[in-house]
Design a protein around this ligand. Structure first.
Ligand code: PAF
Length: 282
């Protein structure tokens, strides 16, 4: 595996790979866990070479968010990726990504609003901007993202369609199923923030979501189900609930247009200082 940290060496390395076959990109912020490795394994099935980017993108963190304490462990991440057969680790510095005078931002309206877009203003502008830059830098045939960040995946697909991207094409932006711990908690780099007691309580989130989904399937009234879900989280150790909503899985619209087959439950809640998100099909 080659590790590159600036653009010219990246372009040279990519030219050599491209001559040998297709390229998949897995964008990450590092602190890799089994969820990221599932993306890499799926990427290896879909392309000859895998490029993984690690960049903790300052533009997607709000002023009071966890940018400075976000876990950084490049050496360990690099060993994990090497063992997975990754061809290039692309690890630019903030100065390479956003040089002095940088002035361009991408904003995908509509689908970026609501859910995490309401709780984290500007977050998806930062995500869209850096992902478009990563796409342009690597020009992959296919790109893979985790379904845990379902709204992020929807925003990136919308951007690729809206801007007529070809590397990758919107249809080559692949979502990979969420990897979960034995107790159901979705893997996340932010789980590392949880103290042992909080970690045990965090499993309330997938459990309460499963109970809510069972109630919705049984025909219980949605508002009452979501109110009980929030109540379950608060009594189960969560400090607050940012949102608990049922939306259309594709458009993220709140109006399901009578097509409950595509309904999906989205939740974000805080335990101590840590914000956890999850989503599941209804
Ligand atoms: O999901 C993430 O880790 C990040 O939001 C991404 C897609 C790498 C952009 O910084």
């Amino acid at each position: 595996m080659q590790t590159v940290t600036s653009l010219d060496p990246l372009r040279n390395a990519l030219t050599a790979l491209r001559a040998d076959g297709s390229i998949a990109l897995v964008p990450t912020m590092g602190a890799l866990h089994e969820g990221h490795l599932a993306l890499v394994r799926e990427a290896r099935q879909r392309a000859r070479h895998v490029v993984v980017s690690i960049f903790v993108n300052p533009r997607q963190f709000g002023v009071n968010e966890d940018l400075s304490r976000y876990p950084r462990q490049l050496e360990r991440d690099s060993e994990l990726l090497d063992a997975e057969g990754v061809s290039i680790l692309w690890a630019p510095t903030a100065e390479v990504m956003y040089p002095i005078g940088y002035g361009t931002g991408v904003s995908v309206s509509g689908i970026s609003d609501g859910l995490c877009g309401t709780a984290r203003p500007g977050h998806f502008d930062g995500v869209s901007t850096v992902v478009l830059k990563l796409f342009n830098q690597v020009q992959p045939d296919v790109a893979l993202f985790g379904e845990k960040d379902w709204q992020q995946l929807a925003v990136i697909r919308r951007m690729a369609r809206d801007l007529d991207l070809t590397a990758p094409h919107a249809d080559a932006i692949i979502g990979v199923a969420t990897v979960r711990e034995a107790d159901g908690l979705a893997l996340s780099s932010r789980n590392a923030y949880l103290a042992p007691g909080q970690r045990a309580q965090a499993a309330t989130l997938p459990r309460a979501m499963d109970a809510a989904i069972a109630a919705l399937r049984a025909g219980d009234e949605q508002q009452a189900v979501l109110a009980k879900l929030s109540h379950d989280l608060l009594t189960g150790g969560f400090a607050s609930v940012d949102y608990a909503e049922v939306r259309d899985a594709g458009s993220l619209s709140t109006s399901l247009k009578g097509n409950d087959n595509h309904a999906r439950l989205f939740v974000a809640a805080r335990i101590g200082g840590t914000r956890l998100i999850d989503n599941k099909p209804v």
